[in-house]
Design a protein around this ligand. Structure first.
Ligand code: HEC
Length: 126
């Protein structure tokens, strides 16, 4: 009887451990959802950033942009200091969050934080 319960427990733990990576993959964990190039094409060069920064974006747009900015901040910069990358992308994440929350300052924050040249000059490989 005892052995049976113990065996059952071991089984449960094993299932839980095997299940973990699958659950983690769905999570907001450390793995970025969008590559930097993708964020550049879809949000920065594409209409998404302009739309949200211009105040024309929907709540969905703001959420999508925020998710992309969070992913960007988690990506490794292809060039330049980690410290500076954290600072630049941190300001973007903050601005994106303000947009999601409907903060009146969100547009100004987004415009300021999305200075293409300020970031490219430090982090974009030439
Ligand atoms: C916080 C930093 C940051 C900001 C702000 C930023 N970029 Fe970028 N951008 C990058 C990095 C880093 C790369 C290089 C990505 C790579 O090569 O992996 C890049 C690359 C690009 C590319 C080339 C993508 C490709 O497929 O090679 C385009 C286009 C681009 N950015 C547009 C913009 C525009 C337009 C803005 C301003 C509205 C902007 N970016 C603002 C960091 C930034």
């Amino acid at each position: 009887m005892r052995a049976k319960i113990f065996g059952g427990l071991v089984c449960l733990v094993a299932v839980a451990l095997i299940g973990l990576p699958a659950i983690a993959a769905d999570d907001d964990g450390d793995k970025p959802k969008f590559k930097t190039k993708q964020v550049m094409k879809e949000a920065f060069k594409g209409p998404l950033l302009k739309k949200v920064a211009g105040g024309d974006g929907s709540a969905e747009d703001a959420k999508k942009l925020h998710a992309m900015l969070v992913a960007l901040s988690k990506n490794e910069p292809p060039r330049g200091e980690e410290e500076s990358w954290k600072e630049l992308t941190g300001a973007l994440v903050k601005a994106g969050k303000a947009a999601v929350e409907g903060d009146a300052d969100a547009s100004a924050m987004l415009k300021k934080a999305s200075n293409c040249k300020a970031c490219h000059s430090k982090h974009k490989p030439s």
